[in-house]
Ligand binder design. Sequence first.
Ligand SMILES: NC(=O)c1ccc[n+]([C@@H]2O[C@H](COP(=O)([O-])OP(=O)(O)OC[C@H]3O[C@@H](n4cnc5c(N)ncnc54)[C@H](O)[C@@H]3O)[C@@H](O)[C@H]2O)c1
Length: 362
Amino acid sequence: MSKLIRVELGDRSYNIHVAPGLLAQCGQFCRDLKLGHRCLMISDANVAPLYGHIVRESLLEAGFMPHVFVVPAGETSKSQATLSLAYDEALLHGMDRKSFVVALGGGVVGDLAGYAAATFLRGIPFVQIPTTLMAMVDSSVGGKTGINLPQGKNLIGAFHQPSAVIADLSAFTTLPDREYISGLAEVVKYGVIQDADFFASLEKNADRILAREPETLAQVVARCCECKAEVVRLDERESGLRAILNFGHTLAHAIEQAAGYGKFLHGEAVAIGMAYAAALSVSVAGLSNEAAERIIRLLEKFGLPAAVSGLNWSAVRRAMKTDKKNAGGTVRFVLAREIGRAEPGIEVSEELLEEVWNVIGQ
Ligand SMILES: NC(=O)c1ccc[n+]([C@@H]2O[C@H](COP(=O)([O-])OP(=O)(O)OC[C@H]3O[C@@H](n4cnc5c(N)ncnc54)[C@H](O)[C@@H]3O)[C@@H](O)[C@H]2O)c1
C-alpha cells in the first residue's frame, strides 16, 4: 500500500511518501534528509492533540530537538500576526540555518509553516506532513507557500519546495466528512485536466473512495501527487502549463469572495467552478455534452455541489479575479477539450459567462 513519488526539480527534488502509519516514522525520514538538530513543528489546535505527540516522539527518537508551536485552526492563522509569532518561537528555540520546520496539518498550516521556512534566516528547509485530503493531493506539493492580508487571500508568498512530503493515510480516520469531501474536488480536477483513465477509475471506485477504503485511497492520493508533480516539474513557477491546475478556480475564488469567506469550503467552491468551467468548455472548447455530464455526475456522486443559489451575478463577476488576463472585454479560462486534457488561456465572452452562470447559479 506504500507509494513513493519523486518530484524532479534538480537540486530541489524531493520525495512524497504515501502510506498509512507514516507519522511514527517521520523522524527516520528527516534523519535520511540530513537535516540539523533543532526543528520547529507547527500544527493547529485540532491536529496537534490528535497527532502532535506521535510526530514529536518520532523526531525525539531520531535524535532531533523539536519545539512545538500550535496555532488556532482555520484560515485566520495564515496571518502576519501568526507568522510573527512563529519567528519568535524559532528564535526562542535557538534555530539556526541548519534547523528546519515541520508542518503538521492541513493547507493552512502547510502554507504558513512553508512561508515561515522560506523567509526565516533567508530560507531554511521544511517538511510537509499533510493531514487533510486537500493538503495531501494539492497544497503540500509544489512549493507554493504564503499567508493572507486583510485585503485578500495569499497576497504574500514565496515558492519554497519542501525537503519531503510525508502523507500518512491514517490521518483520514479523524478528518471530518465535509473536509474530506471538499478535498475530493481537487481529486476530480486531476482526472479532468490530466488523466482520463484516472477519471474513469474515480467513477468506478466512487463508493470505495467515499468509504475511505485505505488501499483505494493510497492509489488515489499517489496518482494525484504524480499528476501535480509532473505539472510542477514542467513549470515550477507557473509561467504557463501550471495554470491548468486552476481549472474551476476562477469562479471558485469569486464565489468564495462574493459569498464571504468561510461560507464555502475551498473544494466546494472549486466543485461549483468546475461545473461552470465544464459548461463553458462545451460551448467554446469542444468538450462533449456527455463528458460535461460525467463531470457533474461524479461531483454529485461525491456529495459536492455542482450549482449554487443565492448569489448575484454582478457581485460574482466583480469578484472574479481581474488578473486572469482580461483583454478586450473577454476573460481567459482554463477549459477542458476532453476529459483528461485541459488548456489554459481560452477566451470566453462576457455574454457566455453570464449565460452559463444563469444555469449554474440558479
Ligand atoms: N499552497 C498551495 O498550493 C495550496 C493549494 C490549495 C490550497 N491551499 C491552501 O490550503 C488551505 C486549505 O487547506 P485545508 O483544506 O487543508 O484546510 P485546513 O488546513 O484549514 O484544514 C481543515 C480543517 O481540518 C482540520 N484537520 C486537519 N487535519 C485533520 C485531521 N486529520 N483530523 C481532524 N481534523 C483535521 C483542521 O484543523 C481544520 O479545522 C487554504 O488556506 C488554501 O489557500 C494552498
